[in-house]
Design a binder for this molecule. Structure first.
Ligand SMILES: C[S@@+](CC[C@H](N)C(=O)[O-])C[C@H]1O[C@@H](n2cnc3c(N)ncnc32)[C@H](O)[C@@H]1O
Length: 264
């Protein structure tokens, strides 16, 4: 497989149109750009949740994403805010951009797609796209603090049929008054390849009537901390530091997000 298998298309991309809240990760990556330097690249920028805030703050940041649907949402939101970001539609393992950056960050991107080999290549492409001394940073949500995801690799759970869709699921109101109903489920977990397959179902409702339904499938690759460190070293990175949950605390097993920061 040469393509990441992700679900950020169609109605899923639409569901990111309202994602304006940048959260602790927004403040964290903003500070990182300010201390590590510009220009910066938001790799897997999606709908521009972080990117547009950073541009509003006057930072020089480009965006790149594999999903053209996510980029279209980003472009539309940028235009409404009077911003014109440089956006590129590329897979990170094939990154080939005209600029070289002082900071590259990927928020919620490493671990999507289901191909460890492509993630390794992506790290090499990031190394290539940094100026000497430049910083690469990403967060990775560990599976061991997510009991259903962790248990799903055991034989008794692996062999059961795929989960059904949850009975009640989250709804999101869009600007035009329609509503998106979003549900996700696990299909299978392969502990040999360390890959899980999940599905998302998005339904578009208008005044109680179902207008459209889409189902998309995504693969999630599971890494240990040490595996990610080896991959970064192999891609040429040094000075690798790992923090927990968007703080300055060194990572521990109790953190849900590991933040990797390393230098070219
Ligand atoms: C969970 S969203 C996060 C979006 C954004 N970083 C944020 O924090 O709001 C993940 C994004 O990564 C993108 N993505 C996933 N795999 C990718 C890849 N291999 N190359 C480029 N973009 C990718 C998806 O299209 C999606 O927009």
């Amino acid at each position: 497989m040469q393509r990441p298998q992700i679900w950020h298309y169609g109605l899923v991309a639409q569901s990111w149109a309202n994602a304006a809240e940048a959260g602790p990760e927004g403040a964290y990556y903003k500070k990182l750009i300010e201390t590590s330097g510009q220009p910066a690249l938001d790799l897997g920028c999606g709908s521009g949740r972080l990117l547009l805030n950073f541009l509003q703050a006057g930072l020089d940041v480009d965006g790149c994403d594999y999903s053209e649907d996510m980029l279209a949402v980003c472009q539309e939101r940028a235009a409404k805010q009077g911003l014109s970001p440089r956006l590129y539609a590329q897979a990170m393992h094939e990154l080939d951009l005209p600029r070289r950056y002082r900071t590259i960050f990927a928020c919620g991107v490493i671990g999507l797609g289901g191909e460890h080999r492509l993630t390794m290549q992506a790290m090499q492409r990031c190394h290539e796209h940094l100026r000497p001394g430049g910083t690469f940073a990403f967060n990775y949500a560990v599976r061991w603090n997510d009991p259903p995801a962790w248990l799903a690799r055991l034989p008794e759970y692996r062999q059961v049929k795929p989960e059904g869709w949850p009975a009640s699921s989250e709804r999101q109101r869009l600007a035009d008054g329609t509503e998106l109903e979003i549900a996700a489920r696990s299909l299978e977990t392969d502990p040999l390849e360390n890959v899980a397959t999940r599905q998302i179902r998005v339904r578009l409702w208008h005044e109680g009537e179902l207008i459209k339904e889409e189902v998309h499938t995504q693969k999630l690759d599971d890494y240990t901390k040490n595996e990610l460190v080896f991959m970064l070293e192999r891609a040429g990175f040094g000075d690798i530091r790992i923090f927990g949950d968007f703080s300055d605390e060194p990572a521990t097993a109790d953190h849900k997000e590991l933040i990797f920061i390393c230098r070219k």
